[in-house]
Write a protein that binds this ligand. Structure first.
Ligand code: NAD
Ligand code: UFG
Length: 338
């Protein structure tokens, strides 16, 4: 059993990971400023896992708060989700992104260093690969950032690599997520976008719920089988399990390791729409629209390093993710709000 600090624990991926950690018997302290989430998510996490966690409201950039937390708890490691994540907003507000994502991580690393806690699982993203030269994408593919959000992830990875080189007792796993979708099968926790969703899956859910009239499919002239964009969608419950494995790995190894978390399978926009329709019985009206600026044709993972190093592979289907995402949407039409 271990005690873990989970930053951004109330968020979409953080809440599902908190369930997995609690169910594995670990103690969880969540630190979240609720900038993009609700403390209600953490109430539901405790209900699902039938175990308590400690919820702290605060900012990872608050050095005094971190010093206090690290003196109150003997953490065995940190899982660091807290970040801003909207690509378009990062182009419009780069300083906020560098400040929160890079500055926040530096603040956390200083606190960890001072407390002698040197085990970290970091939320990176497949966005660091930009437009790939080859598919599937391995961890050796070049890093190519195309927007400030992606740049913050690449910068933090560089910081972590340098830190592990300078101080060999550190143990850092940077998980490069592909496209997480779905929700916990209980329907109690899920993704709760506050504005019009940028991402495909929550948009589809809102069309199914009647909150949006139809989906715009951005481009049907991509060099893919059906002309629509192809991504590697993985169930958020699988992704959460990957964090548990990454923490176990970090207990046994030192140094920096970047690892893809994806299914290894590319799915087009239309295939995801049809899978959703088949899994839920809901019809998703759509129309084709112009390509979205900055988009790429196709992106999917080579997940073999995750299997080799972590013993992890995605287990759940996109149909399962669609059914679970739809259950969350139906049971919580306004997310965590009343
Ligand atoms: P999310 O917005 O739901 O979760 C992030 C959480 O961090 C939120 O609860 C937010 O309130 C909190 N937070 C933000 N800044 C904070 C700060 N300074 N101090 C304390 N808390 C803060 O997003 P998510 O989808 O759960 O993403 C989690 C992580 O995974 C992020 O680092 C994100 O960049 C990364 N990621 C997400 C995706 C995706 O498609 N969802 C893909 C790749 C990587
Ligand atoms: N799409 C539509 N209509 C929509 C939304 C999306 O057709 O309303 C298409 C996109 O053009 C793309 C696919 O659906 O082909 C997936 O788009 P998402 O926005 O859901 O996902 P992206 O792969 O573009 O980006 C996401 C996150 C990034 C992250 C990246 C890689 O938004 O932050 O995955 O992990 F970096």
């Amino acid at each position: 059993m271990a005690t873990l600090l989970v930053t951004g624990g109330a968020g979409y991926i953080g809440s599902h990971t908190a369930v997995a950690l609690l169910q594995a018997g670990h103690e969880v302290v969540s630190l979240d400023n609720y900038a993009n989430s609700s403390p209600r998510a953490l109430e539901r996490v405790q209900r699902i896992a039938a175990r308590p966690l400690t919820a702290v409201e605060g900012d990872v950039r608050d050095a005094a708060l971190l010093a206090r937390l690290f003196s109150q708890h003997a953490f065995d490691g940190v899982v660091h989700f807290a970040a801003l994540k909207a690509v378009g907003e990062s182009v419009a507000r780069p300083l906020a992104y560098y400040e929160n994502n890079v500055g926040g991580t530096l603040s956390l690393l200083h606190a960890m260093q001072a407390a002698g806690v040197r085990r970290l699982v970091f939320s990176s993203s497949a966005t660091v690969y930009g437009a790939p030269d080859a598919l599937p994408i391995t961890e050796q593919a070049p890093i190519r950032v195309t927007n400030p959000y992606g740049a913050t992830k690449a910068m933090v990875e560089q910081v972590l690599r340098d830190l592990c080189a300078a101080e060999p007792e550190w143990s850092v796993v940077s998980l490069r997520y592909f496209n997480p979708i779905g929700a916990h099968p209980s329907g109690e926790i899920g993704e709760d976008p506050h504005d019009i969703p940028n991402n495909l899956f929550p948009f589809i859910c809102q069309v199914a719920a009647g909150r949006r009239e139809r989906l715009s499919v951005w481009g049907n002239d991509w060099p893919t089988a059906d002309g629509t964009g192809v991504r590697d969608y993985l169930h958020v419950v699988d992704l959460a399990a990957g964090h548990l494995r990454a923490f176990e790995y970090a207990r046994r190894h030192t140094g920096f390791e970047a690892i893809n978390l994806g299914t290894g399978r590319g799915v087009s926009v239309l295939q995801l729409v049809h899978a959703f329709e088949a899994a839920t019985g809901q019809r998703i009206p759509y129309r084709f629209a112009a390509r979205r600026p900055g988009d790429i044709a196709a992106c999917w993972a080579d997940p073999s390093a995750a299997e080799r190093l972590l013993g992890w592979r995605a287990q759940l289907s996109i149909e399962q993710a669609c059914a679970d995402g739809w259950r969350w949407q139906r049971q919580n039409p306004n997310g965590y709000r009343d």
